[in-house]
Design a protein around this ligand. Structure first.
Ligand SMILES: O=C(O)CCC(=O)C(=O)O
Ligand SMILES: [Mn+2]
Length: 203
């Protein structure tokens, strides 16, 4: 009887130095996540911007889109993104996140990894527009990919988390100051994945 009523969506909170992480593996059911995935694939004005890293410019290895409740731009890797408005689907996702995290998110950056060749290199979400110790809520839909994490100073501290379809990962504390993360390329034949990171972008 007890098992019948046990909460299968208890968050997982790994004990990490200098970071706070909370992972909900099935924040959305498979059915809900399937709907959100296909809506976003169709509705979002996906684009591929050129990025400049170490003086060289090439197409970003994934598609992106920025949406916001305000007009504040967001800059990273030499790209300045001006936001699109929020959509009904994005509002619906955000209102469910608010049931567990009351941070006043203003914006969401979406990534579409079309296949295993698409990736997101080592970085921290530490742009000045995010302020200190930002809280970032990261939603995963579609193909599972590994989220790699490494501590900036203590090289013994590394981990990878499989980000499942319909999952929610909340990054907080001093995580962006002390850790980097990436989505590495993979040679596996895989389908596409959509990631949404809700952020509070300050003026
Ligand atoms: O795709 C992910 O899970 C991470 C995305 C990310 O780190 C970012 O957009 O800053
Ligand atoms: Mn990031």
């Amino acid at each position: 009887m007890l098992e019948l009523f046990s909460n299968t969506n208890e968050p997982w909170q790994p004990k990490l130095p200098d970071a706070e992480l909370t992972y909900y593996s099935t924040f959305w059911t498979k059915e809900e996540a399937d709907i959100l995935y296909s809506k976003l694939l169709k509705e979002i004005p996906w684009r591929q911007d050129p990025i400049t890293v170490f003086g060289k410019t090439y197409p970003q290895p994934r598609l992106t889109s920025l949406h916001s409740v305000n007009k504040e731009p967001y800059s990273y890797s030499g790209i300045k993104m001006n936001p699109e408005p929020m959509t009904e689907t994005l509002e619906r996702i955000l209102s469910k996140i608010k049931t567990v995290e009351q941070n006043k998110f203003t914006s969401v950056l979406l990534n579409q990894y079309r296949d295993g060749k698409d990736s997101n290199g080592w970085h921290s979400d530490d742009e000045k527009e995010l302020g200190i110790n930002p809280i970032i809520a990261s939603v995963s839909l579609g193909e599972e990919r590994f989220f790699h994490l490494k501590h900036k100073k203590d090289k013994t501290q590394r981990l990878k988390i499989k980000l499942e379809h319909g999952s929610l990962l909340i990054m907080g504390g001093t995580m962006q100051e002390n850790w980097q993360h990436q989505i590495a390329k993979t040679k596996r034949e895989i389908d596409s994945r959509i990631n949404l990171t809700f952020r509070k972008i300050l003026k």
